[in-house]
Design a protein around this ligand. Sequence first.
Ligand SMILES: *Cc1c(COP(=O)(O)O)cnc(C)c1O
Length: 383
Amino acid sequence: MRKNYLLTPGPTPLPPEVSQVMGRPIIHHRTPQFQKILKEASEGLKYVFQTQNDVFIFASSGTGAMEAAVVNLCSPNDKVITVEAGKFGERWTEICSSYRIDTEVINVEWGKAVNPENIRQKLKTDSKIKAVFTTLCETSTGVVNDIEAIGKIVKETDAVLVVDAISGLGAIDLKTDAWNCDVVVSGSQKGLMLPPGLGFISVSKKAWNLIKIANCPRYYFDLIKAKEALDKVDTPFTPAISLIVALNESIKMIREEGLENIFRRHRIMAEATRKAIKAMGLELFTSPECASDVVTAVKVPQGIDGEKLVKTMRDTYGVTIAGGQSELKGKIFRIAHMGYIEEFDIIVCISCLEKVLYDMGYKFELGTGTKTLEEVFLENKIL
Ligand SMILES: *Cc1c(COP(=O)(O)O)cnc(C)c1O
């Protein structure tokens, strides 16, 4: 018999409360009953996004909300900046290119955060830039970008700031309004403790001015249609009813714990994980000053088969972590501590990592990882 533990940066585990409400009978969406649910979801999302702006819900994965941002803000041949610090930054460039939008790419070494000054420089040299597409947590490298600093820079220009907060939202701080983020996109299966299937997007006043004139082709993801519907507490198409019911349940849990406590829990789990990794003699992939609190990327040690390590943890012991993506395949592994995860999940994960590494011949003192975790958790109590 084996239990399964999911410590990947999406999808993340579901609280039993969330799984349970998804079994409720389906209700029709053009009813006062569903309107009440949708209203609660819209209000709840504003709390999680820390915004007064409308937040729209699509039945799509997070990438759908990214595409929605691009097609609603831009017209073909518009000029935009995309920040590429990993695989998900590249996705912005790919989506923009699909719609023949002209991208000025800021390339960042993988494992490092973008220097906000580079964005300022690019914006200065070209006043026609419509939007800056960035990533809160670059899940492929474990990096968190300084969105607050970027927001201060973009605010002074005519460009809008778009943030992919698919991983991170509801787990690490992102003050949409206070940090001047015009458009924030997210998805359900990461910090929000839901199954995959919902995409979210918040839209500022400055962004609406662009949306009114943008003419990229769009149909399902048309925000003007979505706004007309939301103003009447409705959706243009059939919403993912069960997932929205589940969303209200997860937001209820988020409100009960409180955003500040949630951010603190993630901070402690991340610090404990990083310390445990170092205590085992392993090396972190991400530069320490920009390591995110939702996912820890670790270099595969010399002589160890990284893909086999991840596969053995999953298939032999039921502990699923993530390998590296694209150019980092086999070179790093990633432990997520995001969403419905707490200290004992991390202990299980590190204990399994120790066991498999030991078996594979990596030399270290067995138990140093878990001991370090317990010490950090004793010093920093998660309430
Ligand atoms: C997971 C992730 C995505 C992709 O989201 P999907 O829901 O798979 O479409 C995009 N950006 C970041 C930063 C992510 O972590």
